[in-house]
Design a protein. Structure first.
Length: 318
């Protein structure tokens, strides 16, 4: 890294470090012990309003950790869209907007380690996706939303030797085709269910599509994954007390953003190291309400590692 303030550093700052592509949401997360029906009213005990969306939240996580990516995201010309742009400016994220008529909303109700979600989504894009100069870009992260943009940039990055990463949270219109151009595919159990595959069979499927590294996140059961040699490994979730788990929504997105940051920050480390870093980040997230409050700093991740003595206790290694 060039010294801060030098001409070289100023030039590097103008280049794209990484590109994330996804669907923007504004998340309204609230905790309540009762859901009203009919004409009832009820006051939530706590709430948070934040940015949302899989790759969008991952981009904010990467930025919070210290490497600010570019982001192709849906943006509407309404007050929620302007709120999102204000949020992005706070983190220094360059937004390349893809216009939609209305902003998308998620209403999230965490309870007992789970979360119920109601989504209001506008993914009818008014214009084609923006065409960007990828000079300096070292990683692409997509979540399958904006499928035309995702596969366009995945192909370009594959040709240029830029790492490509997929958050496979669910089955999209071109998931099978997209995976051909993905280096690191970390998918959710939901995708396994949609494709009627066990986690182990999903790993075989990802290998068959040519993904160098693949895995399935399993919530409190942790991660099952394979490395570049094809060896299957497990990484248990950290044994955090149930009463400390406040909001699991966004934990997977933080996991993705953190491992992309770890790769960008130290590409020589192993994927075990990158995922271990990301596991600590997601452990921080689940103890806080809302996506923004759950974004960790490097110090927060180090504190989680120290609390659970990561790298010292044999049971946390596969």
């Amino acid at each position: 890294m060039a010294p801060a303030g030098t001409t070289l550093q100023r030039v590097m700052d103008n280049f794209m470090q990484a590109l994330f592509i996804g669907q923007t949401y504004i998340d309204v997360t609230f905790i309540t012990d009762h859901m009203p029906t009919g004409d009832e009213k009820h006051v939530a005990s706590a709430y948070a309003v934040s940015f949302g969306g899989n790759a969008v939240t991952a981009a904010f996580c990467c930025a919070k950790l210290g490497i600010v990516p570019d982001l192709i995201a849906t943006v509407a010309n309404d007050w929620l869209g302007r709120m999102f742009q204000d949020m992005s400016a706070k983190y220094g994220i360059s937004i390349h907007p893809r216009k939609v008529n209305s902003s998308s909303l998620s209403f999230i109700m965490p309870k007992d380690g789970k979360r119920a979600i109601v989504r209001c989504r506008d993914d009818e894009h008014i214009h084609p996706f923006p065409l960007l100069n990828l000079k300096g870009c070292r990683a692409l992260h997509v979540d399958g939303h904006q499928p035309d943009a995702a596969i366009h940039y995945a192909k370009l990055c594959r040709e240029d030797g830029i790492l490509t990463s997929l958050d496979g949270g669910g089955l999209r219109t071109n998931t099978h085709e997209l995976l051909e151009f993905i280096d690191v595919a970390i998918v959710a159990e939901r995708l396994c269910e949609q494709m009627d595959l066990t986690p182990e069979k999903m790993l075989d499927y990802l290998k068959g599509r040519g993904c160098r590294v693949g895995g399935v996140t399993q919530g409190e059961k942790g991660l099952i994954w394979y490395d570049e040699t094809g060896a299957v490994r497990t990484m248990p979730a950290l044994p955090i007390a149930r009463e400390r788990v406040l909001d699991t929504n966004g934990a997977g997105d933080v996991f993705h953003g953190a491992y992309v940051f770890s790769y960008l920050n130290n590409p020589g480390k192993s994927w075990h190291d990158h995922f271990e870093f990301a596991r600590a980040a997601s452990t921080f997230k689940i103890q806080r309400l809302g996506n923004e409050a759950g974004l960790p700093t490097l110090a927060d991740i180090e504190n989680v590692k120290q609390e659970f003595q990561i790298g010292r206790k044999k049971e946390f290694w596969d």
